[in-house]
Design a protein around this ligand. Sequence first.
Ligand SMILES: [Zn+2]
Length: 101
Amino acid sequence: MSWIDKALAQEPRWAAENRAKTHCPKGHPYDAANTYAVYGRRRCKACARAYQAEYRATRRHEAVERTRLWRSNNPEKARAQNRRRAEKIREQRRMAKEGRS
Ligand SMILES: [Zn+2]
């Protein structure tokens, strides 16, 4: 067995280190009720909820405000965007109607 085969056969040091962690960086437990997995990594539900609440409280309003500002600075582009969206909705409704009959 070459050194590279040996290196690939054993798991990296950080895998065992991460598995040994019982709490998230903010101190919430990694238990069944508070944990979900993304791409094989554990994620803390309490932290996810906190982030979502923070997003809804602040960043979402900032995003809406940015859009409002952009629309007032680019009225022509905003109108073109509205027309494309309205056309898309009409198209979807037409397709749905044809699908039903
Ligand atoms: Zn957490």
